[in-house]
Design a protein around this ligand. Structure first.
Ligand SMILES: Nc1ncnc2c1ncn2[C@@H]1O[C@@H]2COP(=O)(O)O[C@H]2[C@H]1O
Length: 311
């Protein structure tokens, strides 16, 4: 095995680009490797390799990059053992070049090729993998120690809670929540940024996200019917929210929101919305009637109230 030393010689750089709210922490991985900022080609390769991996889908781009940056590169020749069954360290692997064979008690159980990832069990638990992995060809792969991944995840979570809590505590709609409820929301937030004129949500389209504005403003436009002109009906700013109607009422967006200058938001997807915003669902529903809307939102209320009765 050869450690690709050019990787280690690179200067230590910041591990994550700053998002709307992001936390950057430096880590020294437990296998002695430092953070090495990965170039865009590698980030693309890693993203592709983990695209169907559940353990990465809940991380946003910044968080994934923090994990990628502690991955170490190793090269192997054909037939070289990459890991043997009795090795106590647990790794997750991404193959950049070549192919590997996986054996359990000398039985070939799987083969993996370029851009594939394997060993994700190592990321969630601390048990022996009972697998021997052998290079089939010349192989270049990237490894992540399970322990390092778990530490990063813990640090990301703690940082995110701390950073977001300072924001969430000032959001009017969340005033009734306690600290634990705010932490649950913080864990689910993803930061997004829009440039001046960007359409964030569009009337008539289906949507899956609920937004809180961190910084900047957006203008709310609405049209009375499909063919009429959009009319400016409101402006939203820091601490305001939008996008709840599509999620609460399971219907298309009732307004178009356009960024005015740089707009920084955090968003929660549909799947998490129900779970984390349950405690303020009723307030959100009640507030819909306060909108200065040019289309009737009464109908929506009838639907919501009916749903409540049915429950
Ligand atoms: N006056 C308004 N009328 C309707 N929706 C509004 C208004 N002001 C802000 N909005 C938000 O615009 C959002 C557009 O997407 P949704 O329909 O999901 O949810 C809507 C509300 O959150």
């Amino acid at each position: 095995m050869t450690d690709d030393s050019n990787e280690v010689d690179l200067p230590l750089k910041a591990i994550a680009r700053r998002g709307a709210i992001s936390s950057t922490t430096s880590f020294e991985s437990t296998d002695g490797m430092f953070n090495i900022e990965k170039d865009s080609r590698l980030v693309k390769l890693f993203n592709k390799a983990v695209e169907n991996n559940l353990l990465f889908t809940h991380l946003d781009e910044n968080e994934r990059i923090q994990v990628f940056n502690v991955m170490s590169c190793r090269s192997y020749s054909p037939d070289e053992i990459i890991i043997d069954q009795n090795n106590e360290q647990e790794y997750f692997y991404i193959i950049e070049e070549g192919e590997v064979d996986v054996y359990a008690d000398d039985q070939l159980i799987a083969s993996f090729g370029e851009y594939s990832s394997f060993g994700e069990l190592a990321l969630i638990q601390n048990t022996s993998r009972f697998m021997t992995i052998k290079a089939k060809t010349n192989v270049k792969l990237w490894t992540l120690l399970g322990e390092t991944y778990r530490k990063i995840l813990m640090d990301i979570t703690m940082n995110k809670r701390k950073v977001y809590d300072e924001f969430l505590i000032r959001v009017p709609i969340l005033q009734t929540l306690n600290e634990v409820e705010r932490f649950i929301i913080a864990d689910s937030l993803e930061s997004v940024q829009y440039e001046d004129g960007d359409i964030v949500v569009k009337q008539g389209e289906l949507g899956d996200d609920f937004f809180l504005i961190v910084e900047g403003n957006c203008i709310v436009y609405q049209k009375a019917c499909e063919y009429s002109e959009g009319v400016e009906i409101d402006t939203l700013g820091p601490g305001d929210y939008f996008g709840e109607i599509a999620l609460l009422c399971n219907r298309a967006r009732v307004a178009t929101l356009v960024a005015q200058g740089v707009l920084r938001c955090v968003k929660i997807n549909r799947e998490r919305f129900e779970r984390v915003l349950g405690p303020i669902r009723e307030i959100l529903q009640r507030n819909i009637s306060r909108y200065n809307s040019i289309i009737s939102l009464e109908q929506l209320h009838i639907i919501i109230d009916k749903e409540k009765e049915d429950c």
